[in-house]
Design a protein around this ligand. Structure first.
Ligand SMILES: O=C(O)c1cc(=O)[nH]c(=O)n1[C@@H]1O[C@H](COP(=O)(O)O)[C@@H](O)[C@H]1O
Length: 336
């Protein structure tokens, strides 16, 4: 017998998609990642899953207008002819004088950068710590809403690097996707599949897992041998073979380690890679492209934050950022 109000699962059955939580007909639906899923919402989830699979295979029906992270990213790669991700890491100490001490200065600074570069990027990546450290979460919310409204084809990745047990991860997923309305979020895979499932339960959203990070200390754990392979290789294999059933996953691989970019590309096929580490961290653009581009010349979100944000120090900071973004996009495109 089906649950109340058209719940697609059986009463007292379990929802196999997330944590085997029990169906709850009394709540008019079944429990999914702490939310209640109604029959029509469930249908939408199935439709979006189908669209994501078709977009990956290139067989989507244009009339169905798929709106997943993967399809929006693929369209931005194409429409803006760009693999550049501009990272929004606002540090007020580096702001131009006219924005220093302004109550909405963080929003103003980042919105200025976004408006000046939106036609040159494939995505934006705000780093949550820069906002939270200054009690500016409301400005982060406003910034993401601003980007959605003014630049609707450009996906926003919330860089939060979350990772916790399932029940807590459910709250982080609500924070990223429902509070901030991000299109994707960065996640630490260290606690395993059940810690990632609450994010995967949003099949139209991107889940970007740390694999081979750009910092020197990344080698402390990610380079450990685990039964004949390196830990980062195991992460890549797990994600592509077991976690990516909705086609919504991507991996972080630093531009500072091109040999590992090549190895990850070998393991994951065409899965998108978020590649931070060019610009301020000194990663090499040519080596990154040679190691990481797909056969179609895409597959990468190459992040630069400080080198673009602080290219200029005056009132024309956004124009200076645009010039830096343009040069970086073109330097990337030279090797596609
Ligand atoms: O997940 C990330 O974005 C990330 C992963 C990584 O391995 N290395 C890394 O630098 N990042 C982030 O990418 C951005 C790099 O900034 P810049 O070095 O200024 O370009 C920062 O927001 C970092 O938090």
């Amino acid at each position: 017998m089906a649950g109340g109000w058209g719940c697609p699962h059986e009463i007292n059955d379990t929802c196999s998609r997330v944590n085997n939580l029990p169906c709850d007909p009394g709540m008019k639906g079944c429990v999914l990642a702490g939310r209640y899923v109604f029959a029509n919402e469930d249908k939408n989830i199935r439709l979006r899953q189908k669209q994501a699979r078709e977009a990956q295979a290139g067989t989507q029906n244009p009339k169905e207008a798929p709106m997943t992270f993967s399809t929006t990213l693929a369209a931005a790669w194409r429409n803006n002819n760009s693999l550049l991700c501009v990272g929004l890491d606002p540090d007020p100490a580096k702001f131009p004088a006219h924005l220093q001490g302004q109550p909405q200065g963080i929003f103003e600074f980042c919105a200025g950068i976004a408006d000046a570069t939106a036609d040159l990027v494939c995505c934006f990546k705000p780093q949550i710590a820069y906002f939270a450290a200054r009690r500016a979460e409301d400005q982060l919310e406003a910034l993401i809403a601003h980007i959605h409204e003014k630049h609707p084809g450009i996906p926003v990745i919330l860089d939060a690097k979350r990772g916790d047990i399932g029940s807590t991860a459910e709250q982080y997923a609500v924070e990223a996707f429902e509070r901030y309305r991000a299109d994707a979020v960065t996640i630490n895979p260290y606690m395993g599949k059940d810690s990632v499932e609450p994010y995967l339960a949003y099949p139209d959203k991107g889940v970007i897992l740390l694999c081979r990070t750009s910092n020197p200390g990344g080698s402390d754990l990610q380079f450990l041998d685990v039964g004949g392979e390196k830990l980062y290789e195991r992460v890549a294999r797990l994600v592509v073979s077991e976690w990516n059933s909705n086609g919504q996953c991507a991996l972080v691989v630093g531009a500072t380690f091109p040999a590992e970019i090549a190895r990850v590309r070998e393991i994951v096929g065409d899965m998108p890679l978020l590649v931070p580490g060019i610009g301020a961290q000194g990663g090499d653009i040519e080596a990154t492209l040679k190691a990481g581009k797909t056969a179609a010349g895409t597959g990468l979100m190459i992040n630069s934050s400080r080198a673009i944000l602080y290219a200029g120090k005056g009132e024309d900071y956004a124009q200076a950022a645009r010039q830096a973004a343009l040069e970086t996009r073109d330097a990337i495109n030279r090797w596609r």
